[in-house]
Design a protein around this ligand. Structure first.
Ligand code: PLP
Length: 368
């Protein structure tokens, strides 16, 4: 059993949460867009610097219902170097994912390869700001405009990230965040959709509540994806401490950089130009031929000391068993290669720097 895991959920003090949920006991209003939901929605609109936001049960439903609300059909260009949710949301909407390779520098979609994948059936691009690294949003916007495609960003890793001073959730037609327990900001389970178009907002709001429009009107085949009051309350508490949490993450990432930068055979997550980062993950790509040990060996060595690093993202989503015979991971060769070499090291606000040093000692001890 590992004693240090790749992440650990941020939590307010017990007293702070109890104080926050007291009103719920008084009102007996547990879910269905109550006061906590409304308060969190308002606070996040401001914090994330976006036009409009709606709150959902989780990041997956944010993606799935956004695609439904946009009425997408046919093919959607996306990345296989992501969490299962991105691809599943596409497939569960009856759409066909067309996988674009990633660039080997920041692991986001290789924008130079998007246009060659567009057909007359393409209706959208679903890029992922993976590990908190932002996609080439300008180039994606240019392509989307040229071919009249929708853009739905999976922004699950980029809570609070800004690009040229603009909230990352402001880009694309829609950006979807996850507030899952393991993310930089959590509401236990939770998710959000940022958008610009009012009609889209109304449609999404309907879809998260069974398509119920009024007491006697049901105008869409919706699901149930409403954030409940207890989750919203957790979000309100965690939001009070988010800047502090990100600052602590920064100190940890700086220590990792200090210890691992310039080591032959190690590629560290990049620092991007004009980006205010959130330090969400610390992936390291191991080039075995130079470093002398491969990703799996390093992972095993860490596990021996009770440290649980994780293979984010391996396998690629286009190599999942559930899609057997449908896609060919060899068509995204850079993603395939990196997924075989990457290891994400532990990173969370309260991870002691002494543990970061131990992790780095173990990693460097594997070098031959
Ligand atoms: C976490 C995550 C999701 C799904 O979010 P949930 O809130 O867990 O449903 C989607 N995409 C990516 C890239 C994620 O990391």
């Amino acid at each position: 059993m590992n004693t240090i895991l790749v992440t650990r959920s941020s939590m307010p003090s017990f007293e702070e949460y109890c104080e926050e949920i007291k009103e719920i006991w008084d009102s007996h209003w547990l879910t269905n867009m109550g006061p906590k939901h409304k308060a969190l929605q308002a606070a996040l609109t401001e914090y994330l610097a976006v036009d409009a936001i709606d709150l959902l049960t989780n990041g997956h439903m944010a993606l799935e219902l956004s695609m439904q609300a946009l009425g997408l059909t046919g093919e959607v260009i996306t990345t296989p170097f992501t969490f299962a949710s991105t691809t599943h949301a596409i497939v569960r909407n009856g759409l066909t994912p067309v996988f674009c390779d990633i660039n080997p520098v920041d692991f986001t979609m290789d924008v130079s390869k998007i246009e060659s994948l567009i057909t007359e059936k393409t209706t959208a691009i679903v890029p992922v700001h993976v590990y908190g690294n932002i996609c080439n949003v300008e180039e994606i916007e240019r392509i989307a405009k040229k071919y009249n495609l929708k853009v739905i960003y999976d922004a699950a890793h980029t809570f609070g990230v800004k690009y040229k001073g603009r909230g990352i959730g402001d880009f694309g037609d829609v950006s979807c965040f996850s507030f899952h327990a393991t993310k930089v900001f959590n509401s236990i389970e939770g998710g959000a959709v940022c958008y610009h178009d009012e009609k889209f907002g109304r449609d999404l709001y309907g879809l998260k509540n069974f398509g119920i429009r009024g007491q006697e009107v049901v105008d869409a085949v919706g699901a149930n994806a409403k954030m409940n009051e207890f989750c919203a309350a957790m979000g309100l508490c965690n939001l009070r401490h988010i800047d502090e949490e990100i600052a602590k993450r920064k100190a940890i990432v700086e220590r990792y950089y200090e210890r691992l930068k310039g080591v032959d055979g190690l590629q560290l997550n990049p620092i991007q130009q004009d980006v205010q980062p959130n330090y969400s993950y610390f992936p390291v790509v191991f080039d075995e031929t130079v470093f002398g040990a491969d990703r799996n060996e390093v992972m095993a060595a860490l596990a021996e000391s009770g440290i649980g690093a994780r293979k984010y993202f391996y396998p690629l989503t286009n190599a999942f068993e559930c899609f057997e015979g449908q896609y060919d991971p060899k068509k995204t060769p850079i993603a395939l290669k990196i997924s075989g070499q990457v290891l994400t090291l532990p990173l969370y606000a309260d991870l002691p720097l002494s543990v970061v040093d131990t992790i780095c000692d173990i990693v460097l001890g594997m070098k031959k």
